[in-house]
Design a protein around this ligand. Structure first.
Ligand SMILES: [Zn+2]
Length: 516
């Protein structure tokens, strides 16, 4: 009798535990949970975690980096005196290996056992209003592996919140992870995906570096520094720095500095590749996922991937490249066919990383516009499409930007791809939040033609934290003046003054003096 009683008690208690779980199962708040699939650097990578020697390998604190790189300074001073590049190379390569060597993966693309990374799990049931769940990962590893973790993460979010669906905002490398997710699981339980500045088709900086096309261009370097200035929160400081950059450039200071750097590149490039880049970064599937198709096979050769000892790694790289990046259009259109709204946001008119031969490609500073937008035709940075250029596809709809820098008709999803002029890579303000809320709120797929306040081509206004429609271009002074009028910041004022001065100097030296 006792046994029967305890059996009944056990059943009753089991139900008592289960019932509240059933009751909490569904949430009717009407707000689908949002998950932010974060960018590179979202998860910590640790060496000897939990021991007294624990060290953050990525992202290291600035002071740790400085400590490791400290020996480079006296070595550089010695280099200027002796021109002994090999000796300098020993110090430099030694330091880089000390800082990043343990990041390297084995022949199967797996981490060293002493290196571990942060794991992410949703930690709250709160999901309304501005709350957004955060998913991060170890940037080194195979995006397909992250996609599997993301799948469990989304299941946990659904269980925790009592919603069947989620909305996704993917930023930068987060888009790579998301594409791998779509390839593996489809998008049946995903309402909406926003891809923000994602290297969906790669980025030239990875492709060119993995092909040894390393090059530093002075003009690109100056423009790169100047493009980053609006991200500084104090407008006066950014204006001042802009003026300094221009003055240093005129005085030839950057040229002198680059002369020095050029010597280092000519003398040490091969060693840096053979002793750092290939053995460390060449083993990371995360970085390989950024390599665009036209650089991929030649890159595998240049980075000396060995089919015998690195077969497992190569299989991972090939799967992402050919099954995910190579099928981007199919995956995105498939997601839409399954009822998921897809939005792509790409920045343009920013100077790309000035270390590679492709420095003339318009970008958000990190990802080339043509790759982030899945195929836009773009004029080189600072210029326009040729006067006789005709839109490539869909001639009944206007897909050319008012400043004639972009033809969006060649995009995979031209009607759902937005371009934000002067948007720095994954650097957002409140205006982005408002725009994304509008996209997230719509049950139907919105297009670039649906909202007059959000046309396909929008000028980023970091001062007023909003967007204004991109304007037509006329001549540099008038453009700078109009920009100052639309977005009245000290930085734009300095840019206007610099443009006027440059035009006057050009006129004097190129027109007046040769005429005399
Ligand atoms: Zn809810």
């Amino acid at each position: 009798m006792k046994k029967i009683l305890s059996a009944i008690m056990a059943v009753v208690m089991a139900f008592a535990v289960m019932v509240p779980a059933f009751a909490a199962d569904k949430c009717n708040c009407g707000e689908t949970p949002t998950v932010y699939v974060a960018a590179l650097g979202s998860g910590y990578v640790m060496l000897d975690e939990g021991t007294e020697n624990e060290r953050v390998l990525f992202r290291p604190e600035t002071e740790d980096i400085l400590k490791i790189l400290l020996p480079v300074v006296p070595a550089a001073v010695e280099l200027i005196a002796t021109k002994n590049y090999d000796k300098f190379g020993d110090v430099l390569i030694g330091c880089v290996n000390e800082a990043f060597g343990m990041l390297a993966l084995d022949g199967n693309g797996n981490s060293h056992p002493r290196v571990t990374s942060e794991q992410f799990h949703p930690d709250t049931a709160e999901h309304g209003g501005d709350h957004s769940y955060y998913f991060g990962y170890d940037f080194r590893l195979d995006p397909v592996e992250h996609a599997k973790n993301l799948h469990s993460y989304l299941e946990e979010v659904k269980e925790l919140t009592g919603h069947d669906e989620v909305k996704i905002r993917a930023s930068s490398m987060g888009g790579v992870v998301m594409m791998a997710y779509i390839r593996l699981y489809g998008t049946k339980n995903i309402e909406t995906i926003i891809f923000q500045n994602c290297p969906l088709l790669g980025t030239a900086v990875a492709g060119e570096l993995f092909n040894g096309k390393f090059e530093i261009n002075k003009d690109a370097l100056v423009r790169y520094a100047e493009c980053a200035l609006p991200a500084i929160e104090i407008d006066f400081v950014s204006g001042l720095l802009y003026a300094l950059c221009e003055a240093f450039d005129e005085a030839g200071i950057f040229d002198a500095l680059l002369g020095l750097v050029d010597g280092i590149i000519v003398n040490l490039k091969d060693r840096v590749f053979d002793e750092c880049l290939i053995p460390i970064f060449g083993t990371l599937p995360g970085i390989w996922s950024f390599v665009p198709d036209e650089y991929y096979e030649s890159g595998k050769e240049f980075m000396k991937l060995d089919p015998a000892t690195q077969a497992g790694l190569i299989a991972k790289l090939d799967f992402y490249h050919y099954e995910v990046q190579g099928k981007a259009e199919e995956l995105l259109r498939g997601a839409q066919a399954d009822g998921t709204n897809i939005y792509i946001v790409a920045g343009y008119n920013m100077q790309r990383t000035p270390l590679v031969t492709a420095y003339m490609e318009t970008s958000d500073g990190t990802v080339d516009t043509k790759y982030a937008s899945c195929g836009a035709t773009c004029a080189p940075i600072g210029s326009q499409l040729p006067e006789d250029y005709v839109q490539a596809r869909f001639n009944d709809i206007d897909y050319i930007s008012p400043d004639r820098m972009i033809d969006a008709s060649t995009c995979m999803l031209p009607e759902c791809t937005w371009f934000v002029k002067d948007m720095l890579h994954s650097t957002t303000h409140d205006g982005h939040g408002v725009f994304y809320d509008v996209l997230f709120a719509s049950e139907e797929q919105l297009t670039v033609f649906d909202m007059p306040e959000y046309p396909q081509f929008m000028q980023n206004d970091t001062i007023n934290q909003t967007f204004v429609p991109v304007a037509e271009l006329s001549n540099p002074i008038e453009d700078a003046f109009n920009m100052m009028k639309t977005i009245p910041s000290f930085l734009n004022f300095v840019k206007l003054v610099a443009t006027v001065l440059e035009t006057v100097v050009d006129f004097v030296f190129k027109t007046l003096i040769p005429a005399v």
